[in-house]
Ligand binder design. Sequence first.
Ligand SMILES: NC(=O)c1ccc[n+]([C@@H]2O[C@H](COP(=O)([O-])OP(=O)(O)OC[C@H]3O[C@@H](n4cnc5c(N)ncnc54)[C@H](OP(=O)(O)O)[C@@H]3O)[C@@H](O)[C@H]2O)c1
Length: 338
Amino acid sequence: MRAYEIVAGSDGLEGLRRCDRPEPTAAAGQVLVRLRAASLNFRDLLIARGKYGGAPVKQAVVPLSDGAGEVVAVGTGVARFRVGDRIAGTFFRDWIAGPAPSGARVALGAPPADGVLAEYAVFGEQNAVLIPAQLSFEAAATLPCAALTAWHALMTIGGVQPGQTVLVLGTGGVSIFALQFARLAGARVLVTSSNDDKLARALALGAAAAVNYRATPDWQHEVLRLTGGYGVDHIVEVGGAGTLGRSIQAIAIGGRIYLIGVLTGVASDVGPHGLMTKYASIHGVYVGSRSMFENMNSAIEVNAMQPVIDRVFEFDQALEAYRHLERRAHFGKIVIRI
Ligand SMILES: NC(=O)c1ccc[n+]([C@@H]2O[C@H](COP(=O)([O-])OP(=O)(O)OC[C@H]3O[C@@H](n4cnc5c(N)ncnc54)[C@H](OP(=O)(O)O)[C@@H]3O)[C@@H](O)[C@H]2O)c1
């Protein structure tokens, strides 16, 4: 089958190579999926650059965690799916429901688990979900990591309520899903971006206010002004070291900061004490369980929600798709058709 792999020791996008691999077969309890689309996450850049987990991959791996396709064969004993079902694999293997399993978790697209930038993949039947009926494969391929992370933060942990305020940082995959879910919950959404055109698109999607963090580096003051000095109830914190201190200043009394991303790095001298007098908290979020994914898909289906796709690349253009992500020119998700 046609596939891509990140070669062992890769420390840049040159490590992404086309390859031919044997078509996998479904063993007992597994389904064989003809993948139709995959989407990129910031994590995939880190893996190719040899920066994920602090070291290059030690063995070649098919990249990308997020993909959707149709079941073309099932192994013996499979009860959850039939041939023809439209499914997506879960980011983590074997986190079905409840708290995350302790210890190392295996996730698609990094050793030891091959990902979905290939014509076929096998998933354990417990590690896949039906995709929302109204979504194309391209749209459904955006869900397993970015959407689920935003859902887990705002809906599973945060329980966002109508009338609350949600701040999303930037206009990448996680943040735009967070904007969409917060709106479904009836919240008022504030968004930051480095780009005024992207801010205009966020406003068109339903954001109530937009702040350019390049033009206004101290954006936390503007957020406080926009909320009458009260601050925001929920912050989808994808910035990391460079934004956390400002997020702590912008959070409301009793508010929650969801620590999700490291776009500006991890090393920081920001102290957490600003949370104390506000009774606020920081909550770590790392994707989510299959059960959360199923709940999210129900909400997407009932609300006829459509993920925001910036651009769809063809399979032969995978490297261009990575470069597009690297340039941060996108708004929402980048997809590769397979
Ligand atoms: N914990 C988890 O489970 C989890 C899951 C998914 C992602 N993540 C992490 O979350 C982060 C975002 O991932 P993604 O896939 O959504 O990335 P993405 O689609 O590549 O989004 C990148 C966008 O973030 C914005 N950004 C960059 N620096 C910023 C800053 N200093 N302040 C505010 N916004 C900034 C930019 O938006 P503008 O162009 O609008 O400025 C940029 O386009 C990454 O660090 C990723 O590793 C974590």
